[in-house]
Design a protein around this ligand. Structure first.
Ligand code: ZN
Length: 191
C-alpha cells in the first residue's frame, strides 16, 4: 500500500500508539489502514455413481498456478455468507449446481494472510462446464486425481482428508469429520 484511500496522500508503515504491530498510517489525515486476512471459500462437489465416488475439479485458466487443478473456490465477497460464496464460486468456475453440506475443512494460511474453507457438496447433475477462470472441469476418483498437479496445498490437504474419511466410513461406518489445521510451506502431509 502506497497511498491513503481517504485522501490520496502517501502512507507510512508505523506502529500506532497503543498498537503492537506496524500499520499503514496516512501522513496527512492520520487514517490507520488495518489489513486483515481474506477468506477463500470453496466446495468439494461429489458425484456418486456405480459405487464410485468422484470429485469435480477445475483446471485453472488464470494465474497463480495456471494449468493446475483445484477445487472450485475463491475470495468471499462483501455482503454474502460463506455458503453463498461456496455456491457462487462453484457455479462461476465449474458451471456446477450443488447442494451444500457441512463445513469440511478450515485451513489457516498465515503467510499469505488467508483462511480457506471448503464445504462438502453433492453435484445436482452432470451439466457442468468450465467457467472463464477454468480451462476444463472434470470428475475424478481418488485414483484418478492428479495429485502432482494440484494447484494449492490447502486443496491437496482437503482432498486427502476427504478420501481418508470416505475410506473409514466405507470400512467401519460413521460420518465425515471436520478438519482444521494450519498449512505452511513447504507443504506437510496431513497428520
Ligand atoms: Zn489520508
Amino acid at each position: 500500500m502506497k497511498f491513503c484511500s481517504e485522501c490520496a496522500h502517501p502512507v507510512s508503515l508505523q506502529v500506532p500508539p497503543d498498537d503492537n504491530r506496524p500499520r499503514y498510517v496516512c501522513t496527512q489525515c492520520g487514517t490507520i489502514h488495518y489489513q486483515n486476512p481474506k477468506m477463500v471459500i470453496g466446495s468439494i462437489p461429489v458425484w456418486e455413481q456405480d459405487g464410485e465416488t468422484r470429485i469435480l475439479l477445475c483446471r485453472r485458466a488464470i494465474e497463480p498456478r495456471y494449468g493446475f487443478w483445484t477445487l472450485p473456490a475463491g475470495f468471499m465477497e462483501n455482503e454474502e455468507t460463506t455458503t453463498e460464496a461456496a455456491m457462487r464460486e462453484t457455479f462461476e468456475e465449474a458451471g456446477a449446481r450443488v447442494e451444500l453440506h457441512e463445513l469440511f475443512s478450515l485451513l489457516n494460511v498465515p503467510q499469505v494472510h488467508q483462511v480457506h474453507l471448503f464445504y462438502r457438496a453433492t453435484l445436482l447433475d452432470l451439466d457442468y462446464q468450465a467457467g472463464t477462470e477454468s480451462l476444463e472441469v472434470a470428475l475424478f476418483t481418488e485414483a484418478e486425481i492428479p495429485w502432482n498437479d494440484i494447484a494449492f496445498p490447502t486443496v491437496g490437504v482437503t482432498l486427502k482428508y476427504f478420501f481418508e474419511d470416505l475410506a473409514r466410513i466405507r470400512s467401519s461406518g460413521g460420518s465425515y469429520a471436520f478438519h482444521s489445521r494450519d498449512v505452511r510451506k513447504p507443504m506437510r502431509q496431513p497428520d
